[in-house]
Design a protein around this ligand. Sequence first.
Ligand SMILES: C[S@@+](CC[C@H](N)C(=O)[O-])C[C@H]1O[C@@H](n2cnc3c(N)ncnc32)[C@H](O)[C@@H]1O
Length: 215
Amino acid sequence: MEESYPMTGGDGQFSYAKNSNPQGRAADNVKALLVGTIAENLDIEHICRESTIFRIADLGCSVGPNTYIAVNNIIEVVAQKCQSKGHASLPDFQVFFNDHVSNDFNLLFANLPPERQYFAVGVPGSFHTRLFPKASINFIYSAYALQWLSKAPAELGDQLNSTSCNKGRIYYSNAPNEVGQAYSAQYAKDIGSFLCARAEELAPGGLMTILIPGT
Ligand SMILES: C[S@@+](CC[C@H](N)C(=O)[O-])C[C@H]1O[C@@H](n2cnc3c(N)ncnc32)[C@H](O)[C@@H]1O
């Protein structure tokens, strides 16, 4: 069973909407990389030959405002790329906002920028499973979300039988080596299922960018 710990909803003092500046700054710091990657690697000729719709997915989008900024950046660069390739008109942009079902999608939709140049869709569910039809998404983006595990490794709580028991701690720093290995094995499983699902969903010529915090 997947465990879901959504960000604090609403727009109160302790909400994610009011406490997500560090993640926003991190995304801003790598904007040049995002722009360069799209400019260099996105096969816009192929995509525009296949469809008049350009589909973007933000996986683990939470409630904004970071997701709105990221989506705008992506659309801006894709539009520039279309223009630089001499396309007379832009594709219609469709944006899929994904997060766990318990995410505050009401707030996400209520705050969508009124001047947006895209059609917005909510996609509830875990990104460790398939979320979209085969070969349907042209650009997959995920920021500050893939560090989440689908669940805590079961052996961490097994006080009687497991050397990986992480009694009394919520972090693995200073814990026995087996604890780190248990987290690492769970992460390998999770990233494996994430990548398998995305490999099915990404359309030919498309791109995926992932931003993961690390130390
Ligand atoms: C720290 S927030 C990042 C939100 C946004 N991407 C940003 O950069 O501000 C991480 C989000 O990932 C979501 N998340 C974690 N695991 C997920 C999963 N398996 N499927 C979908 N969303 C997930 C959480 O619910 C949370 O909203």
